[in-house]
Design a protein around this ligand. Structure first.
Ligand code: PMP
Length: 305
């Protein structure tokens, strides 16, 4: 495959098949994981960056002088920066201090400016700061992944159809992590339209509020919410599965050691939830999940220690 822009390499990622030979699950059951870590920017958010920039250009919200501003834990910044490069746009990302240094270095390598907000203000602090910047900087565009319906649309139009095309319509359950909720909502709504009986399982780390409780810190990075994402409102969600840091990181390590999959902790959490789901189901069930990003951006955080 010869490409002339790196955005051409986004999507059409491989799907890994796990069976009872790999992990305990009922006879003839399967877990499929979409390897979004293999996108050029190392995460699922490459799809979002490409979609937000191209639709922003199409809708006339982005011109050649536009500065893109976005609150992000990092992966959305990397995805947006890659897509922005193809239009030579400036990018500014507002990142809570706690998020991984590697992601911040990658955003900078792609030409972005990083602005920090205090960790204790969470992503809400970063959202507020981004809105302030957007008001102050002329010709800026704030895609605002946490509110923008183009976020779930990016996955509705790409990830959902890829899964259906590769795996067919005999899927029992779809299991995926929730940060902004875009991946889950967009993919789940496409799959539910095509496969009405499919179960939809959202994954969160302990310290996220979807199953109730107060928000608190967690080490699993990229998923978990302090407020219910608006995109979830109209979805017939079967349940949320809350995964502890310990279990999420245990599976993250096992995926590397047993399967050679170098994926981040939100992938470990998604896999833990997919295993819980398949173990509740009868024999011959098929569960599909998403591995959102790669491990190497968490080495300084001791992901394998
Ligand atoms: N995993 C990782 C590593 C992420 O960076 C994100 C996005 N924050 C997600 C999962 C969740 O994706 P979404 O924002 O679409 O819910």
């Amino acid at each position: 495959m010869i490409i002339t822009t790196v955005t051409d390499a986004i999507g059409s990622t491989p799907i890994f098949k796990f069976t009872e030979k790999d992990y305990p699950m009922p006879k003839d059951s399967v877990i499929y994981a979409k390897l979004e870590n293999l996108n050029p920017g190392g995460s699922i958010k490459d799809r979002l960056g490409k979609y937000l920039i191209t639709t922003g250009v199409k809708k006339g919200k982005i011109t050649k002088n536009t500065t893109i501003i976005e609150p992000t834990a990092g992966n959305t910044g990397i995805g947006l920066a890659i897509a922005a490069l193809s239009y030579q746009l400036k990018t500014i990302f507002v990142v809570p201090e706690k998020f991984s240094l590697e992601k911040q270095q990658l955003m900078k390598a792609l030409g972005a400016t990083i602005i920090h907000t205090p960790s204790e203000l969470g992503i809400l602090g970063a959202i507020e700061k981004s809105k302030e910047l957007a008001q102050a900087i002329p010709d800026s565009y704030l895609p605002l992944q946490f509110e923008n319906p183009d976020n779930p649309a990016a996955y509705y139009h790409t990830l959902g159809p890829e899964i259906l095309q590769e795996l067919g319509d005999q899927l029992t359950s779809f299991v995926a992590g929730i940060g902004s909720g875009g991946t889950f909502a967009g993919t789940a709504s496409y799959l539910k339209e095509q496969i009405p009986a499919i179960q939809l399982i959202g994954v969160e780390p302990e310290g996220s509020i979807l199953n109730g409780g107060k928000p608190h810190a967690h080490a699993i990075e990229g998923i978990g919410v302090e407020f219910t994402p608006p995109f979830l409102a109209t979805l017939p969600i079967t349940r949320f599965e809350t995964i502890s840091d310990k279990e999420g990181f245990d599976y993250t390590r096992q995926l590397a050691e047993k399967n050679g999959l170098l994926v981040g902790s939100s992938s470990g959490a998604a896999f833990a939830a997919a295993l819980h789901e398949v173990q509740r189901l009868p024999e011959k069930s098929t569960v599909v999940t998403i591995f959102p990003d790669t491990a190497d951006r968490y080495l300084s955080k001791g992901i394998y220690e």
